[in-house]
Design a protein around this ligand. Structure first.
Ligand code: NOJ
Length: 516
C-alpha cells in the first residue's frame, strides 16, 4: 500500500532550468525554487517533482546523468539542494527527485571505466557485445568509440548507454542473466544512489523509463518488475515513507511491482490523450476530438473511461494513478485549449482519485512555443520555456540579458503572468487555487475517495461520484441535462452555471460543479 502522505498530496512538477533564476545567468536554480515555495504552497501543491538536476553534459536536458550524487553547478550546490529539502519540509512540501536508472551519460565515470579493454569492476555495468562485428540484433547500439571490442547498447539517445541489469532469457554469450552478480551490482548501485538522496532529505523519486531495466524482458516485464520489488523491499525496511512514481503508464503492472503511483501519460491510443490532446500531430492537427475542447468532434468521455475504469478498479487498493496536466515531454494543453476549456479540464483532473500532478506554468496557461531543439528537447522544447512571473524584465524569470535565457519567454503582448492572474479572481490561476483548496477540504475528493461514473452518455454532461459528492462537467457550448442521484443540492464549487433540482442537473455552457 502506498505511503500515507500521498492521500492528500498534489504535486507540482518543476523543470529547474526554467523556473526562477536568482543569479542572473539566465538559468533557473535551487535558490529560485526556494524563493517560490510560498507561491507553490499558495496554489495548493504540497509536493514537488524536480526534473533531473544532477551533473550532466545536458544532451538530454539532464536525463544523461554524469554523476548521480552531485548536482549540476548551474543549479547551485548539493548544500543548496539540501537547504531546499529543509525549506520545503518547513512548509509541508515533500520533494521527489528524478531517478534515471536505465542509462547514464556516456561521460559517466562508470562508462569511461567500462569502455576500457582491461577488465575492471565496471566492465559489465553496461551492455556490451563481445565482438564489434557482431552488433546486437533488435537493439540500438554504438560501435567505433571505445578501446574495448564489442558495441554497447543504447537505452534512448546516442548519449545514453544502457545500464546492465541482465537479460531475462540470455541467448548470446555476452548477455548476462538477471541474477548474475554484475547485473545485481547495477541494481545495488542504484539503491546506493537512492539512499544517498533519501539520507539527505528527499522524499522519494520519479523514476524515468521504469520499465526499461532488464533487456529482452517478457511481455509482462517480469525481470524488470522483480528488480522494483526488490528495491521496494529495501525502501520498506529503511525508508518506509519514501515514495516512487513510475514513468510506465501501466498502473496494474507498475503498482504491483512496488510503485506508489504510476503516471497516466499521453500515449497514442491511450485514454488520457482523449481528454486534452486528441488532435493528431501538433504540427498538422486533424479534427480535434478532445473531450475538453468546446467544439470537440464526436465528444465521448467513454473513450477515456474504458481504459481508466479498468485500471482504477484493478489498482485502487494497490496505489495511485497519477493524472497530469502536462509534463516536460508533452505539448502544453494551452496549445489547443483556451482558459475556459483549461479551467474545466483541470477541475476534472484535480477531482479524480489518485495523486494529480500540475506542470509548472500550466496554472497560468503558459503557452507552447515553437522553438528549435534545445538540449535534446526537439518538439518538447516548446513546453520547457521559462516561468512567467511579472510584467517586468524577462517576465520576471531572470535579471540576465534576454539572449542568455535558457529559452525565450513568450514574446506576445498578452503573455500570461502570475502577476496579472493574481489580480483577477476568475483567472485560471485562481481557479486552480480554488479547486485545490476544495480538494484539500473534502476528503472524498482526495486520493482514496471512491469513484463511480454516473452519466457518460454523449450529449449529456459527464457526471461522476466521489464518495458522497456528485460532480458534473459540461465542456460544450450548449446547455445540457443529466439525471443525478439525490444529493442535498448544495453546490460547493461551480464554474459557469449549474443547477441541481428534482434529480436533474442542468449544466450551462462550459460548466463544472461539485454537489454535496
Ligand atoms: C523520459 C523523460 O521524461 C524524457 O525527457 C527523457 O528524454 C527520456 N526518458 C530519456 O531519459
Amino acid at each position: 500500500m502506498a505511503a500515507t502522505w500521498l492521500k492528500d498530496a498534489v504535486f507540482y512538477e518543476i523543470y529547474p532550468q526554467s523556473y526562477y533564476d536568482t543569479n542572473g545567468d539566465g538559468i533557473g536554480d535551487f535558490n529560485g525554487i526556494i524563493e517560490k515555495l510560498d507561491y507553490i504552497r499558495s496554489l495548493g501543491c504540497n509536493a514537488l517533482w524536480i526534473n533531473p538536476c544532477f551533473d550532466s553534459p545536458f544532451k538530454d536536458a539532464g536525463y544523461d546523468v554524469r554523476d548521480y550524487k552531485k548536482v549540476a553547478p548551474r543549479y547551485g550546490s548539493n548544500s543548496d539542494l539540501y537547504r531546499l529539502f529543509g525549506e520545503a519540509h518547513r512548509r509541508g512540501i515533500r520533494v521527489l527527485l528524478d531517478l534515471v536508472p536505465g542509462h547514464t551519460s556516456e561521460e559517466h565515470e562508470w562508462f569511461r571505466q567500462s569502455q576500457k579493454e582491461e577488465r575492471n569492476e565496471y566492465s559489465n555495468r553496461y551492455i556490451w557485445t563481445d565482438f564489434w562485428f557482431h552488433g546486437a540484433r533488435g537493439m540500438n547500439y554504438i560501435g567505433g568509440e571505445s578501446e574495448r571490442s564489442g558495441v554497447y547498447i543504447l537505452n534512448f539517445f546516442k548519449c545514453q548507454p544502457a545500464l546492465n541489469y541482465g537479460f531475462l532469457h540470455p541467448t548470446e554469450s555476452w548477455q548476462l542473466p538477471a541474477d548474475h552478480p554484475d547485473a545485481i551490482a547495477t541494481r545495488e548501485a542504484m539503491k546506493d544512489v537512492m539512499r544517498f538522496w533519501l539520507d539527505h532529505g528527499c522524499d522519494g523519486f520519479r523514476v524515468d523509463m521504469a520499465d526499461s531495466l532488464v533487456k529482452a524482458d517478457d511481455e509482462k516485464k517480469s525481470g524488470t518488475c522483480a528488480i522494483w520489488k526488490n528495491v521496494r523491499e529495501m525502501l520498506d525496511a529503511e525508508y518506509p515513507e519514501a515514495v516512487l512514481v513510475s514513468e510506465w503508464c501501466n498502473p496494474p503492472r507498475a503498482l504491483r511491482a512496488g510503485f506508489d503511483m504510476d503516471f497516466y501519460l499521453n500515449h497514442g491510443g491511450g485514454g488520457y490523450i482523449t481528454l486534452l490532446r486528441d488532435y493528431g500531430s501538433p504540427r498538422n492537427p486533424g479534427p480535434d476530438r478532445s473531450f475538453f475542447r468546446k467544439d470537440a468532434q464526436d465528444r465521448d468521455i467513454r473513450r477515456f473511461l474504458k481504459e481508466y475504469e479498468t485500471w482504477y478498479r484493478d489498482t485502487k487498493d494497490l496505489g495511485y494513478i497519477s493524472m497530469i496536466t502536462c509534463n516536460h515531454d508533452t505539448e502544453r494543453p494551452s496549445l489547443t485549449l483556451g482558459a475556459d476549456e483549461l479551467k474545466l479540464a483541470y477541475a476534472f483532473i484535480f477531482t479524480m482519485p489518485g495523486v494529480p500532478f500540475l506542470y509548472y506554468g500550466d496554472e497560468i496557461g503558459l503557452r507552447y512555443q515553437w522553438l528549435p531543439n534545445k538540449e535534446g528537447g526537439y518538439n518538447r522544447t516548446g513546453s520547457r520555456t521559462p516561468m512567467q512571473w511579472t510584467e517586468g524584465k524577462n517576465l520576471g524569470f531572470s535579471e540576465g540579458c534576454a539572449d542568455t535565457l535558457y529559452l525565450p519567454v513568450d514574446p506576445a503582448e498578452d503573455a500570461p503572468t502570475v502577476q496579472a492572474q493574481e489580480a483577477d479572481p476568475a483567472s485560471l490561476l485562481n481557479t486552480v487555487r480554488a479547486v485545490l483548496a476544495l480538494r484539500h477540504a473534502e476528503k472524498d475528493l482526495q486520493a482514496d475517495g471512491e469513484y463511480e461514473t454516473l452519466c457518460a452518455e454523449p450529449g449529456k454532461p459527464f457526471v461522476y461520484r466521489r464518495g458522497g459528492l456528485v460532480l458534473a462537467v459540461n465542456p460544450s457550448g450548449e446547455t445540457m441535462e443529466a439525471p443525478v442521484p439525490a444529493v442535498g443540492g448544495t453546490a460547493l464549487f461551480t464554474i459557469g452555471s449549474a443547477k441541481a433540482e428534482n434529480g436533474v442537473v442542468t449544466m450551462g455552457p462550459q460548466s463544472f460543479t461539485v454537489l454535496k
